[in-house]
Design a protein around this ligand. Structure first.
Ligand code: LMR
Length: 485
């Protein structure tokens, strides 16, 4: 067991990174108000999941080393990039041999903050070597998945899917970095407790925090769910500005600390424009990596077509949502297929397709809010899972999926520099291409243009957040989210 602890700097210990700034040898270790040497002994040790603070953010499920015999525990290390160290208790150095790492601590912060508890299985000690040995050799390298709005309803459904392996695969260990707000601190801890209590083998690490620049560090995927809902009396332009500021900050944070190839899926509304704002504030990350969630709309459209055709959902394919995740979105029945045949040959009632199917999909969010008294959560989480699965698995031959993607260079003549929902396909490597040559008739064309116009107007409203000059906000009448009616 101890051998694992004594490896070179940067060793990954059961999902917990240890990247010392410098290495010291021998049996000495030191602790002061500004730095401490963290060490691991030859003797058998266990690891316990517990809590730690980085800057102003609290993270749980950091590992504390604990000496089984003496029950003394000592600090886990965060990455060297952090340069801040952690607040946690440090073992009595006399019990520790073979120093492996040094990190900076915030002066005076070596003590565990009052009130820090361990949560669920975070309190359970277990043998690290055993865990490493038990880890199947076929498992892939760990992915770090960031979720904002982590204490909200959508996340409450989504996180357990992510942790179960259903989304990224049953050979894909993950770390979850959960971003919440000051207000949701306790709820975030509750989420972390439930995740740990679920004993997901693939879930190697859970971190919670309220600072995007901490929580987004090294993210491979960022699922940006948290956004403010439109309040009473609030103009839509106000919502664009309010949420836009959140996504500008988060774009900057991704740019600063996320993996350079991080894939970003924006769910918080208005998601297309929020995704554009995040993209524009993250020039280091390829624009192609930014998505806005329109898979929920695609799923809704498939459901309606299946119901009308009297068939099960999986008979419906090739459904595109064009445009904005708003009531101007265009659910495409023209190129859709039912049982491999054009949907318009199976559902010959064009009036129904235009006048019932289309508005029903466009306003499904509002219909749900009326029933639930709040926005859709479970089906949104399912659609986020579907959207990710579509990028990490090859698209079935001849099919495609919808995602709000960056338009520059698109084959449909949609204005450049927008996030617009288009038909996409993937080889399963996280990347995608836009599927060209779909049939666009006058009906589709007019509606696609209307959605494009709406997104151009939204973009003008947030010019101040994307580095454009001469912005002004003049939104078209029908600019409403699916839930606003
Ligand atoms: C949905 O489509 O269910 C949500 O985007 C609804 C909304 O407007 O918040």
């Amino acid at each position: 067991m101890a051998a694992a602890l004594l490896q070179a700097p940067g060793v990954q210990i059961s999902g917990c990174r240890v990247q010392p700034q410098q290495q010291s040898s021998g049996s000495s270790s030191s602790s002061s108000s500004s730095s401490t040497t963290l060490v691991a002994g030859q003797s058998s040790r266990s690891v316990v999941l517990s809590s730690a603070y980085f800057g102003r953010s609290k993270f749980v499920a950091r590992r504390l080393w604990i000496d089984k015999a003496s029950k003394k525990e000592f600090c886990v290390l965060r990455t060297k990039k952090q340069q801040q160290g952690v607040q946690c208790s440090v073992a009595d150095s006399s019990t520790i041999q073979d120093s492996v790492a040094t990190t900076q601590l915030i002066p005076g912060s070596e003590k565990t903050p009052e009130g820090v508890e361990c949560y669920g299985v975070f309190c359970v000690t277990y043998d690290l070597k055993e865990i490493d040995e038990q880890k199947p050799k076929t498992w892939k390298k760990m992915l770090r998945v960031v979720v904002s709005g982590a204490a909200g309803m959508i996340s409450n459904h989504l996180l357990f899917k992510l942790a179960s392996g259903e989304v990224f695969g049953h050979d894909q260990p993950i770390a979850l970095n959960l971003l919440g707000s000051e207000r949701s601190r306790d709820a975030l801890e509750g989420v972390a407790m439930e995740l740990e209590d679920s004993l997901f083998p693939l879930l190697r690490e859970v971190n919670i925090g309220i600072e995007a620049t901490e929580v987004f560090r090294d993210a491979d995927w960022a699922l940006l769910i948290g956004a403010k809902p439109r309040g009473p009396g609030m103009e839509r332009a106000d919502l664009l500005d309010l949420n836009g500021q959140i996504f500008a900050e988060q774009g900057k944070a991704l740019n600063a600390v996320a993996s350079p190839d991080v894939k970003v899926l924006v769910v918080g509304n208005p998601c297309n424009t929020n995704a554009l704002i995040a993209l524009k504030n993250a020039p280091r990350i390829p624009s192609k990596n930014f998505h806005a969630l329109t898979r929920l709309d695609e799923n809704r459209a498939k459901c309606q077509l299946a119901l009308k055709a009297g068939l099960f959902y999986d008979n419906v394919s090739n459904v595109t949502i064009w445009g904005n995740h708003s009531t101007t979105q265009v659910p495409d029945f023209l190129n859709a297929k039912i049982n491999g045949k054009p949907a318009t040959e199976v559902i010959t009632d064009r009036k129904w397709l235009e006048e019932e199917f289309t508005p029903r999909v466009q306003t499904r969010g509002g219909a749900l809010i009326k029933k639930w008294g709040r926005s859709s959560a479970a089906s949104t989480a399912v659609s986020i899972a579907d959207a990710i699965k579509s990028l990490v698995n090859p698209t079935p031959k001849g099919d495609w999926f919808s995602s709000g993607v960056f338009t520059t260079g698109n084959p449909y003549g949609i204005a450049d520099d927008l996030i617009f929902s288009l038909p996409c396909r993937s080889k399963g490597d996280g990347d995608y291409e836009i599927v060209p040559d779909l049939q666009i008739d006058n009906y589709l064309y007019e509606r696609i243009k209307k959605s494009e116009k709406e997104l151009l107007a939204e973009k003008k409203c947030v010019a101040h957040l994307i580095g454009d000059e001469n912005g002004y906000c003049d939104l078209p009448e029908d600019t409403t989210l699916p839930g606003e009616q």
